[in-house]
Write a protein that binds this ligand. Structure first.
Ligand code: SF4
Length: 296
């Protein structure tokens, strides 16, 4: 049976661990023309992430600012330094070394989590990740989204499935934990295709999975296709039914980091039901209880 992230972290660190969203101020090769222009079809201007602090802040200042917000409401003292937006290994190696060492050296940071693309892991980056991983656990998050070539082309992912496989093997070799993102509800995909993606990720060598509902965001090319009626979004009931099937094919011990997403409400075009997190989570939790006898 898979395990949810909160439970995994509690087992590992003996307490609840909170994420601090940090910015390494990187860009993305799928936006700057190196791999592609315009980015993945669903990607908003914030690079598929959420980040609050001004990017002029140092990493330590960002950590302290994000930590203060959480500490004002909780007794938290363990944190994950999380670089989510854009491609966080797409920068000169000296710069990456400085940023990541600063984050991992913070005494209350227990995990360094880095979101990137599988085609942005050259040998010098792998070497850096290996060194960091000897200090504290390093997680690398890869945005695979789908294993299906036609969909990958439509969403303009910009790399083949074999590139993901190579990246997972390389990261496993240096003992870095891989978390793979997949999107449920991508246009033209059937339920069978989505379950195949989950199954593939489960067998790929990734230690964790993030399952995310497709969000249509304002001012993306995906919005144009959606608005012209080329596809429709899933309902909450459809999403949950597919999610259950995806979870049911995951291997024992796989860590489920997310079962839906938090889109920016101001930019969300569809599906609007996803904007009410409380209703969504209550419904999904109820449904999942029947799958594993407990909620999230
Ligand atoms: S790889 Fe990530 S940051 Fe780059 S365009 Fe795609 S979703 Fe956006």
């Amino acid at each position: 049976m898979y395990i949810f992230l909160n439970e995994y972290l509690k087992n590992k660190f003996g307490t609840k661990v909170y994420k601090l969203a940090l910015s390494a101020v990187t860009t993305c090769p799928n936006r700057d023309g190196t791999v592609g222009k315009g980015g993945c079809i669903f990607c908003g201007e914030d690079g598929s992430g959420s980040f609050a602090a001004p990017v002029t802040m140092s990493i330590t200042e960002q950590i302290e600012t994000a930590k203060a917000k959480i500490k004002s409401k909780t007794k938290a003292d363990k944190f994950i330094a999380y670089f989510q937006s854009f491609t966080n290994t797409y920068a000169p190696i000296d710069y990456l070394e400085k940023v990541f060492f600063e984050a991992i050296s913070h005494p209350e940071v227990v995990v360094l989590s880095i979101a990137t693309r599988p085609d942005c892991l050259p040998p010098e980056v792998l070497d850096l990740l290996a060194r960091l991983n000897r200090i504290k656990p390093v997680w690398v998050e890869l945005g695979l989204q789908t294993i299906h070539g036609e969909t990958a082309k439509y969403i303009r992912r910009g790399y083949p499935l074999s590139c993901y496989d190579t990246a997972v093997r390389s990261l496993n070799k240096i003992g870095v934990n891989v978390i793979t993102h997949m999107i449920i509800g991508l246009p033209y995909e059937t339920e069978k295709m989505m379950v195949e993606t989950a199954e593939y990720i489960g067998k790929s060598g990734a230690g964790g999975i993030k399952l995310q509902l497709l969000h249509i965001l304002k001012d993306t090319d995906l919005e144009k296709d959606y608005s012209s009626g080329k596809f429709r979004c899933l309902t909450l009931e459809e999403y949950t039914a597919i999610l259950k099937k995806c979870l049911s094919v995951l291997p024992d011990g796989m860590v489920v980091h997310r079962i839906t997403g938090d889109g920016d409400k101001k930019k969300l075009v569809a599906p609007l039901w996803s904007g009410d997190k409380k209703i969504v989570m209550n419904y999904i939790n109820r449904e999942l209880k029947s799958l594993q006898g407990k909620g999230v």
